[in-house]
Structure formats: C-alpha cells, structure tokens
Design a binder for this molecule. Structure first.
Ligand SMILES: *Cc1c(COP(=O)(O)O)cnc(C)c1O
Length: 378
C-alpha cells in the first residue's frame, strides 16, 4: 500500500496552506505569451537597490568560494552605527521571514500559542503551525471603522492572551492592508502585555512611513525587553532577491535566536550589499519620496473612480472592488500587469497593487480602466 506521507507530517503542517507568492513575470509570459510585463504583485521596489549595493555585489561575487561571515559583522556594525544599538542586539535573517521562523522555533511549539490579527501577514500562521503551536487570530477592525478600517484591533488581540500565549505578531504597517498603529497605542499595548510574552513588531515597510505618529520602536527596547523589532532589505532597499532582514531586541533574546539560526543563513553577497545599501540615504529618500507621490496618485485615482481603498502607508495600495476581484486580476494579466489577489487573506473582493514609478503607476491604472470597462464597471 502506498505510504500516506500527509499522515506522517506533524499536525500543524497537515493543516497548513502554502504561501502564495505573486506570479513571476516569466511564468505569465510563458502562459499568456505576453511581453514587457509589469509586476506590481510583491511590493518590490521597482527603483531597485542603491548603486552602492550593486557595486558591493560585484565585488562580493569574487568571494563566493568561501563561506560567508556567519556573524555578518560588516552588516551588524552598520546597523549598530545607524540605529545606536549594540551589535549583540542584532540577529540577521535570510529575509525577515527567517527572523519570524527563528522566533517561532525559539518560543513556540506544541501547547503554545501565538496571537496575530485577522488579515495579518501570511507568514505568521506558517511559522506558528510549522512548529506545532496554535494560532489565535484576533478579529480586525471592520471595513467601516472610522480611524483604522481593516486595522489591527489591539484590544481584541489582548483579549486572546492566556497562560499558553508565548508570542504576539504585530505588523506595522501591515501587509496586505497597509494599515498601521500609532506610537501611543502601540506603546500602551506593549505596557499591558505581560513581560513574559514576546511581541514581534514586524516593520517590513518602516522606511516608507513618513507620519510623525509612526513609532520608533527601537527606542523602546530598554523599556520592553520582550520586544523584537523586525526589518528587511526586501522592500524600500530594493533587495528582495538577496533575502536579507534583521531583528533588533534585547541581548538575552538575541542570544536565543542565534542558537536556532542556521549557520551562514545570510550569504556573502547579501551581507555586503545590504551594508552598502545602508550608506545610501539619498537613494532611499528618493524611493520613499516617489512612493509617497505614488500613494497620492492612487488615492486620487480611486477617489475619482469611486473605488474604495484601504488607507495605506506602505508601498502598495489595496483596493476594494466590491465584487469578486479575480476577473479583474485576470484581465490585468492579459494586459501584462501582475497585481496580487488576496482572497487567501479573506479579502476576495480586494486586489493589492504595489506602488511604482509614475510611468508604471499610470500604465497599471490605464490597464485597470480598460479591464473595468470591459467588465462593465461604471
Ligand atoms: C514583505 C514582508 C516581509 C519581508 O519579507 P522578507 O522575508 O524580508 O523578504 C515581512 N513582513 C511583512 C509584513 C511583509 O510584507
């Protein structure tokens, strides 16, 4: 009889749904025979990385016969200098997803629980369930909530805390909604969470947020030793393909994360490119400025067309088409524009569109107008 491998897997994995990435350009071009595809599906920075990072990569490829520096000294030193934190507080990850996984392997497991919000980033349930822990999902604010539609409801999250809770994941801003939490409310939440529960604040889009009420959580690490701040080079730094992220936390937690971290988890090219990227504030500022303009462009475009969107501070905007969004997604694919359906997040009527250059934004909007027109939207 054939072996039932599904049955052999640990329980959490049996019920896991695999992560659904944005459609790769090559795949679409193979399937539909289109060319010149515009991918706005994975919140990548289409401006690309800093030229300094590209130079560093060129140089780094000469060293790939050697194992990387397993401690990532060069990059940790740069992060330490930039944010005025100790290098012992930094953990490097193969993307910040790796950080989320390290947190799960360190603090979660059978009989333990993690809390996160409805509509939160899809990797939280994967990391939680893969180690046999239970995910507790707090209801998010309603679509018609005044201040923070679809946003994390911190009171609802707090209400799920019990004696088995070990980790709380907070995405700020969140993906795929673009919603965010203000400094005062997040700080209040942290002060109310028991000190023996780890709170991960996932700041993948940190660099894009320009609002002065957006928290600088790294300054809170002394007050909240149970806080882990997670950041990435995949978004504003334009290095998604290199897979580099990092966590900043208390030295005690960093020491634990380091025990489960795979040796050499971040490769030589990534370490050196990320370190160089941190030197180029000018490039980063240009990317952020373009994104802020892009948010305004999309807001105006949606308002003009009477389309509802979730207010965003990230490099993407999530639009509510008030009906199944799949035909719109598929129509856009035929126009060689890839955006992101988010039915897997419980938002089947929404599409998430990454913000890009003015030309790309306009091209996507023109394609969207064409598709909506074909589908008989008024
Ligand atoms: C994109 C994203 C990440 C980052 O993933 P990497 O592994 O660093 O590429 C983490 N959290 C959220 C909420 C994201 O949207």
């Amino acid at each position: 009889m054939a072996t039932d491998f599904h049955k052999l897997a640990v329980k959490g994995v049996q019920s896991l749904k695999p992560y659904l990435p944005g459609k790769p350009i090559e795949e679409l071009e193979r399937e539909l025979g289109v060319t010149n595809t515009l991918k706005l599906a994975s919140n990548e920075n289409t401006m690309g990385p800093s030229p300094l990072a590209l130079q560093a990569m060129q140089k780094a490829i000469q060293e790939v016969d050697l194992y990387p520096d397993g401690n990532g000294f060069v990059l940790k030193q740069k992060i330490s200098d930039k944010f005025k934190i100790n290098t012992n507080q930094i953990t490097l990850g193969n993307g910040s997803n790796d950080i989320l996984d390290m947190v799960a392997r360190t603090f979660l497991g059978k009989g333990r629980e993690a809390i996160f919000s409805e509509y939160a980033f899809a990797v939280y349930p994967i990391s939680t369930q893969a180690v046999g822990a239970t995910a507790r999902i707090a209801k998010a604010f309603d679509a018609d909530h005044d201040e923070n539609p679809y946003g994390h409801d911190l009171d609802a999250m707090k209400a799920l805390i019990n004696e088995n809770t070990r980790v709380i994941f907070v995405a700020n801003p969140n993906n795929p909604t673009g919603t965010w939490l203000k400094s005062a409310e997040l700080k209040q939440f942290l002060s109310e969470v028991p000190k023996d529960i780890i709170v991960v604040v996932d700041e993948a889009y940190f660099e894009y947020v320009e609002n002065e009420e957006y928290p600088n959580t790294m300054e809170w690490l002394n007050t909240f030793p149970n806080l882990i701040v997670s950041r990435t080079f995949s978004k504003a730094y334009g290095l998604a393909g290199l897979r580099v992220g990092y966590a900043v936390c208390s030295e005690a937690i960093a020491d634990l994360l380091n025990r489960v971290r795979h040796p050499f988890n971040v490769n030589t090219v990534s370490i050196l490119a990320a370190a160089a990227a941190l030197d180029d504030d000018n490039h980063l500022n240009n990317c952020v400025e373009m994104n802020t303009k892009g948010i305004k462009f999309w807001r105006a475009a949606c308002q003009y067309r009477g389309l509802d969107y979730i207010p965003t501070v990230g490099n993407f905007i999530t639009i509510d088409f008030e009906q199944d969004a799949m035909p719109i997604y598929e129509g856009l694919l035929r126009e060689a524009v890839i955006v992101r359906p988010i039915a897997n997040y419980g938002l089947p009527n929404h599409l998430r569109i990454s913000i890009s250059t003015p030309e790309d934004n306009q091209r996507c909007l023109d394609a969207l107008d064409k598709v909506l027109n074909e589908l008989g939207f008024e």
